[in-house]
Design a protein around this ligand. Structure first.
Ligand code: CIR
Length: 259
């Protein structure tokens, strides 16, 4: 992957993290365990050479730890989203301010557009934007225009008909080298045609939301076949326990903004 990341922005899970939005039937998350998993995630990013900034939790936003959803950060600037879930709209302010403080200027997605960053997959030759229950067509069009101003070519992918995917990146991850990890239940849509697809078998679908960070691939622990497949392709998987984030429909990518 040509982009090497040097920084990451995270937000710690708060005491009321369990009050966030979820469709999972895996039970309530245990806060102490979520905090420990979050600390290990941060340490993993640091071990990949990134300097991390962690924002404090805000009790008004129990989903705030899923910081990826509120901004898309590119080498030439950021776009602050307008999250698709009403309860998450206010999460953007502190993240926009933190990015500005880190020297990253931003523009915004405006009403009636909605975008969740989990629907935005950056690759080496452009950006895929998923249309989902969270990201609408108006939001995707605005984001595509803003990214165009930043020199990035965006392609939209409508995945509303695919069951069980909260976000585009629930189902795919860009591995670098022209490769996409992709959940088995996602059809080979035309937008994916220019990539080599690395299929993630149905029993390990959650692991498709992995994150290439410099020389490693962060991957959810407990999905050995996918980790082996990555290793066979020459990647260096770094497994991380994600149980308490999975319970709130969160994956690896949503816990940080990397830039
Ligand atoms: C939500 O439903 O918005 C949160 N509970 C989970 C968001 C996960 N974000 C992501 O995958 N990018």
């Amino acid at each position: 992957m040509s982009t090497r990341f040097t920084r990451a922005l995270l937000r710690t899970p708060g005491d009321n993290y369990a009050a966030g939005i979820t469709t999972s039937a895996e039970g309530a998350p245990v806060i102490a365990r979520a905090l420990e998993q979050h600390r290990r995630y941060q340490a993993a990013l640091e071990s990949c050479g990134l300097k991390t900034t962690t924002l404090p939790a805000d009790p008004r936003y129990p989903d705030g730890t899923f910081v990826e959803d509120v901004a898309i950060v590119t080498p030439r600037g950021a776009v602050i989203t307008r999250p698709g879930a009403d309860a998450r709209r206010g999460e953007t302010e502190v993240v926009a301010a933190a990015l500005a403080q880190l020297g990253c200027p931003s523009t915004r997605v405006e009403a009636p557009g909605t975008v969740d960053g989990g629907d935005v997959c950056e690759t080496d030759d452009g950006v895929l934007i998923g249309i989902t229950a969270r990201t609408n067509e108006a939001g995707a069009a605005q984001l595509a225009a803003r990214l165009g101003d930043l020199g990035l070519r965006a392609t939209t992918v409508d995945i509303r008909a695919v069951a069980g995917l909260l976000h585009l990146k629930t189902g795919i991850a860009y591995l670098g080298d022209g490769r996409l990890a992709i959940q088995a239940n996602l059809p080979a849509l035309p937008a994916f045609a220019r990539y080599e697809l690395v299929r993630v078998e149905p029993a390990e679908g959650y692991a498709a939301n992995c994150v290439r960070v410099n020389d490693r691939v962060l991957v959810a622990a407990g999905y050995p076949r996918f980790a082996d497949a990555l290793a066979r392709l020459g990647y260096d998987p770094l497994p991380l326990e994600m149980s308490e984030f999975r319970k709130m429909d969160g994956g690896l990518s949503c816990l940080s903004l990397r830039f």
